[in-house]
Design a protein around this ligand. Sequence first.
Ligand code: LMR
Length: 401
Amino acid sequence: MFESLERLPPDPILGSMAAYRADDDPAKVDLGVGVYRDERGDTPILAAVKRAEAAVLARQTTKSYVASIGNARFNRALEELTLGAMHPALLGGRVRTIQAPGGCGALRLGAELIKASAAGSVVHVSNPTWANHTPLIGGSGLRLAHYAYYDAASGGLDFAGMVQALGKLPAASVVLLQASCHNPTGVDLTEAQWRELLPVFRRGALLPFIDMAYQGLGRGIAEDTFGIRLFAAELPEVLVAVSCSKNFGLYRERTGALHVVAAAAAAADTALSQLARIARTIYSMPPDHGAAIVQEIMTSDALRTAWLDEVGSMRARMAGLREDLVKHLSAACPERDFSCIARQHGMFSLLGIDPAQVQTMRVKHHVYMMDDSRINIAGLRAGNLAYVARAVAQVLRERAE
Ligand code: LMR
């Protein structure tokens, strides 16, 4: 049976991670996969997570099943973290949450729910978007299309193009947005721009499907969820896929959730019943350990405060690295303006070099990034910034000569 299968290339992001690991050059730099790294290049377990984990293990008396919708206290804690405890949609009983195997699982659950509601839906994603959005959402059978988003010339947002594209969509189209720290561009909507988008969504009866993988790593915990809070208060329906991979550092524990905001409590209950069935038919139940840790952190004042401090440090480190990278690039390559990198947020930026130059960075300089020149800012550190900047300048000059 399996002889007929076609051999597939590795996933681009995971493939870059494997290529980096296999490179034994001591100068190698990994700016590929989006994981947070500290000044030593490590991806440590957060101290708040370690403490919460110890408490969970000490208290846990069974490994019996939880439920298809996961841990109810974790779900509630994430609702409050995403929306704020006093959000009108929460107070109005319009929000339901299903725990998911990471943000990826949440995105797929959302896609499956959309398919169950309207199988012919098209999901409109930003141009560009995270490489895995296409297979994750497309794998459900839904079609994808792109709307204007990134302005490569300025390294900023093509907001006029975005509004124009969304304004022309057929009624009830689904629009995938990113709450903050846009992957792969680092270019986010301002609060004023979220406000301007609201009537576009209202007029077109568009369904916002918001991916939030980096809460707290852009501008702040509440700031990064501004658009979600606004849309959930003002629109009848919103889907939000949340990941705890980056802000809790729980990558391999596969911890996330899908929030459904519906027009009324009964519709929200119906949607949750569908999601529970979808989960049961794909993987039955989500892994528990990461969710138990997040619940522990969110329900203890001391752990929550410690976690918020750690998120604040990660955010500050990445913002500082952005400034430092601009300085080093400007010194190594004064003919080019890299200042947009410092105006962007979160883990990612597009360097704006072509795939052949990316390949040269990899082969000649052992600096790994994605083919579209997406770099993980957190992979930089004092010890490699100048090296990376010189390598970028060199590949740019080789092309110019
Ligand atoms: C990334 O974009 O590199 C991360 O979100 C990790 C992944 O799974 O792709």
